[in-house]
Design a protein around this ligand. Structure first.
Ligand SMILES: Nc1nc2c(c(=O)[nH]1)N[C@H]1C(S)=C(S)[C@@H](COP(=O)(O)O)O[C@H]1N2
Ligand SMILES: [Mo]
Length: 204
């Protein structure tokens, strides 16, 4: 408790004036953070299923995904292990575009992102409908590498990195919140870097 009271909860800026959330250190590098092996997924066999509480279940292949409108998002990336890479250009399909295709039912309030390899993470649907959330297949002008989640990863800039699911292959709409891989292992359910929502133990 004492620790929590003493911790500075302030946002600072880097030399270029970009925001650094509390407790984070800036890196120019792009570290790889993966639990377990990197799944090898070819674009030929890649699929993304939109399912659960949707009006229309849809399975997209690579051709269909890349035929959808491409957006470009400049955003920081904050890992809970305290590194932040402040400048990233992601390109891919806006999450809201996919929801326009599958059309969530009124009772759909949460999302579980499923990945090749079995990793999952959960988020409120409202958070994912933000215009900086996308299914990215390019990073800083190049195809997204396998180690960073290629062919396609979820990118949620306003949450810690573990919510940005790599090798995503399923978007499940649910009524109840279903904690994912790290969320069932002590990580915070929301994971907002500005509020420093790192671990459940932070709550005392
Ligand atoms: N499928 C999957 N997605 C994942 C992870 C993982 O282990 N498996 N790690 C998460 C964590 S903890 C972070 S910080 C980011 C790291 O992304 P990067 O390796 O591209 O830096 O991916 C997230 N997405
Ligand atoms: Mo992370």
């Amino acid at each position: 408790m004492m620790n929590k009271l003493l911790r500075r909860q302030t946002i600072t800026q880097d030399q270029e004036g970009l925001d650094v959330p509390p407790g984070q250190f800036v890196t120019e590098k792009f570290p790889v953070l993966t639990f377990g092996p990197t799944p090898e997924v070819e674009t030929d066999s890649w699929q993304l299923k939109l399912f659960g509480l949707v009006e229309e279940e849809i399975t997209l292949d690579w051709e269909r995904l890349t035929s959808l409108e491409m957006v470009s998002v400049d955003a920081p990336f904050h890992c809970v292990t305290q590194w932040s890479r402040l400048q990233n250009t992601w390109q891919g399909v806006a999450f809201s575009t996919l929801m326009g295709l599958a059309r969530p039912k009124p009772e759909a309030k949460y999302v579980v992102a499923h990945c090749y390899g079995g990793y999952t993470t959960n988020l409120p649907l409202s958070v994912l409908m933000d215009d900086d959330v996308l299914l990215a297949y390019r990073h800083d002008g190049e195809s997204l590498s396998a180690e960073h989640g290629g062919p396609v990863r979820l990118v949620v800039p306003k949450r810690y990195g573990w919510k940005s699911a790599k090798w995503v292959n399923g978007i499940e709409l649910t009524e109840e919140d279903v904690p994912g891989f790290w969320e069932t292992r002590g990580y915070h359910n929301e994971g907002d870097p500005v509020k420093e929502e790192r671990f459940w133990s932070d709550l005392g």
